[in-house]
Design a protein around this ligand. Structure first.
Ligand code: NDP
Length: 482
C-alpha cells in the first residue's frame, strides 16, 4: 500500500510513522496508510509558511484568484471519485459525500471571486488636511484544525478564505479521516501555488494540534471540533496573543407546532436528525412538539424512520451509513443507556444493527434511535451525542417551545415547523441560535453566507461568505498629511 506523506514546503515529506485509515462500513477494508507527523514537522511547516508569506501576501489578487479557481475546478471535476473516497472513509452516503465535495469546490470558486472584491475605505479626518485610509491585510501563518465529520468541506471553508486574503496555511486534519484532506492537499499542491504557502501535517491532535496552537509564529488558529478541545485551544491562544475562531458542538432544537404541515415536519425532522448518521453539528437532536400534534407526529416519524435503510455508505439504496468509529459508536450507545436510566422512553432503535445494503460486511451500524416523553433537563437533551439519536420533548404551546429551544448551553442552528407567519417571525427574532430555519431542516446551509452559532457553539468571527474576511484579515488605519 502506498504511504501518504505530509506536504511540507512543497515536498511530500515522510511521517514518523503511518496509521491505517479504515472504512467504517467494512472494517476489513483499509483505505490507505497516512503519515503521523511530530512536533518537528509542525516547526518545519510553520517555518516554510512564514518564509512563503512575504511573497504570497503581495502576490496580487489575480494570481490568488486564479489559483483558487483552478483548485475549485479540479474538485468539481472530480466530485465522483473524491465523493467515493469521502464516503468510504467517513461513512456518509455516496450522494451526501458527492454533495459535500461539490460544496468544497464551490467554496474555492466563491473565494476566487471574493479575493477580487476585497475593499477598503477612505474617510475624512476630524483634523483638517489629513486623509484616512482603512485597509485589510493578511494576518500571516494560520493554523487550521478540522474535525472528522466534514473531511473536505470544513478544510475547504478554512483554506480558501485563508489563501484568498493572502495568508499561508498549515492544516491539521482529523486523524480519523485523513484521506479527503490528503486528496485536497494534492490538488492544492498541483495547482502551482508556491512551496510553503499551503502545508499539510497529519497526526494526533494532542501532538500536531497542540504544537500548532503553541507555536509563536502562528498568528491565528481556526478550529472546528468539540467544545472541550475548543475551549483548551482558546485558552492557549489567548495566552499566546493569537487570533482564534472556534466552531463547536450543537444540541439543535426543531420545534413542531400544532399548525405545522405534518408530512413536511416529519420529513425535515427525519432528514436533520438521522441523515449523515446524525453526525452533523447542525443535526436536530431535540424535537420540541406541541400537545395536539404530538401523537400524530410521533406515529408518522416512527413510520418514516422504519423506511430508513442503514447500510454500506457506498451502496445504492443506503439512506444512512455507519457511525464513524468504534469510539463514537460506544459514545452513542452510552447515551442510549443514560437516556433510559433517566426515564426517557425508547420508541425506536437503540442498538447496533446489521448492514442492510451492499456487501453486508461488519461495520459500525446503529439503528436510527428515537426517545419520546423526555424532559428538557435530561442529559439526553443537554449534551451533544453526535449520532443518530433524537429525543422528543412535549410542550403546551409556542411560548413553552421557544423557552425550551433556548434552554441549552449551545446555540448553533434552530428550526421551527409552522404555517403561522406570526410564530415564524417571532422565532426568527427570539431564537438564541446563530442560524434559524423555518420549515427547513436545521442541517443544510448555503456556502456563500455566514455560518456559525452563539453561546457554547461558537467563539470569534463567523466563517464563510464575505464575513470570512473578518477572521482572515487584520484592519490597518493609515493617516496621511495632505
Ligand atoms: P475533536 O474536538 O475531538 O477534534 C477536532 C480536531 O481537533 C481534530 O483534528 C483533533 O485531532 C484536534 N485535536 C484534538 N485534541 C487536540 C488538542 N489538544 N489540541 C489541538 N487539536 C486537537 O472533534 P471531532 O473530530 O470528534 O469532531 C466532532 C465535533 O466537532 C462535534 O462536537 C461537532 O459538533 C463538532 N463540529 C462542529 C461544527 C461547527 O461548525 N460548529 C461542524 C462540524 C463538527 P485528532 O483527530 O487527531 O483527535
Amino acid at each position: 500500500m502506498t504511504p501518504h506523506h505530509n506536504l511540507i514546503d512543497g515536498q511530500w515529506t515522510p511521517g514518523l510513522s503511518y496509521a491505517p485509515n479504515t472504512n467504517p462500513s467494512d472494517l476489513s477494508d483499509v483505505i490507505g496508510e497516512y503519515a503521523q507527523g511530530g512536533a518537528s514537522d509542525v516547526n518545519t511547516a510553520v517555518a516554510a509558511a512564514a518564509a512563503a508569506f512575504p511573497a504570497w501576501s503581495t502576490s496580487g489578487i489575480q494570481a490568488r484568484s486564479d489559483a483558487l479557481d483552478k483548485i475549485g475546478t479540479e474538485i468539481l471535476a472530480r466530485k465522483a471519485d473524491l465523493g467515493e473516497l469521502l464516503a468510504r472513509e467517513e461513512g456518509k452516503t455516496l450522494p451526501e459525500a458527492i454533495g459535500e465535495v461539490g460544496r468544497a469546490g464551490q467554496i474555492f470558486k466563491f473565494f476566487a471571486g471574493e479575493c477580487l472584491r476585497l475593499s477598503g475605505e477612505t474617510v475624512p479626518s476630524v483634523r483638517p488636511g489629513i486623509g484616512v485610509e482603512i485597509t485589510r491585510e493578511p494576518i500571516g501563518v494560520v493554523g487550521l484544525i478540522t474535525p472528522w465529520n466534514f473531511p473536505i468541506a470544513i478544510p475547504a471553508w478554512k483554506i480558501a478564505p485563508a489563501l484568498a486574503f493572502g495568508n499561508c496555511v498549515v492544516l491539521k486534519p482529523a486523524d480519523l479521516v485523513p484521506g479527503s484532506a490528503w486528496a485536497l492537499a494534492d490538488i492544492i499542491h498541483r495547482s502551482g501555488i508556491p512551496a510553503g504557502v499551503f502545508n499539510l501535517v497529519m497526526g494526533p491532535g494532542r501532538v500536531i494540534g497542540e504544537a500548532l496552537v503553541n507555536h509563536p509564529d502562528v498568528a491565528a488558529i481556526s478550529f472546528t471540533g468539540s467544545v472541550g478541545v475548543g475551549r483548551g485551544i482558546a485558552e492557549a491562544c489567548v495566552k499566546h496573543g493569537k487570533k482564534v475562531q472556534l466552531e463547536m458542538g450543537g444540541k439543535n432544537p426543531q420545534i413542531v407546532l400544532d399548525d405545522a404541515d405534518l408530512n413536511q415536519a416529519v420529513e425535515l425532522s427525519a432528514q436533520s436528525g438521522f441523515y449523515s448518521t446524525g453526525q452533523r453539528c447542525t443535526a436536530s437532536s431535540r424535537l420540541i412538539v406541541t400537545d395536539q400534534i404530538y401523537p400524530a407526529f410521533i406515529e408518522a416519524l416512527q413510520a418514516r424512520m422504519a423506511c430508513i435503510k442503514v447500510g454500506d455508505a457506498r451502496a445504492a439504496g443506503t439512506d444512512m451509513g455507519p457511525v464513524v468509529s468504534q469510539a463514537q459508536l460506544e459514545q452513542d450507545l452510552s447515551y442510549v443507556e443514560i437516556a433510559k436510566a433517566e426515564g426517557a422512553v425508547l420508541a425506536a432503535g437503540g442498538a447496533r444493527v446489521a448492514c442492510h445494503t451492499g456487501s453486508g460486511k461488519d461495520g459500525y451500524y446503529l439503528a436510527p434511535t428515537l426517545f419520546v416523553d423526555t424532559e428538557a433537563g435530561m442529559r439526553i437533551n443537554r449534551e451533544e451525542v453526535f449520532g443518530p439519536v433524537v429525543s422528543v420533548i412535549r410542550v403546551k404551546n409556542y411560548e413553552q417551545a421557544l423557552a425550551v429551544s433556548n434552554d441549552t448551553p449551545f446555540g448553533l442552528s434552530a428550526g421551527i415547523a409552522t404555517t403561522s407567519l406570526k410564530y415564524a417571525t417571532h422565532f426568527k427574532r427570539h431564537s438564541q441560535a446563530g442560524m434559524v430555519m423555518v420549515n427547513l431542516p436545521t442541517a443544510g446551509v448555503d456556502y456563500h453566507v455566514p455560518f456559525g452559532g452563539r453561546k457554547g457553539s461558537s467563539y470569534g468571527p463567523r466563517e464563510q461568505g464575505r464575513y470570512a474576511q473578518e477572521f482572515y484579515t487584520t484592519v490597518k488605519t493609515a493617516y496621511t498629511l495632505a
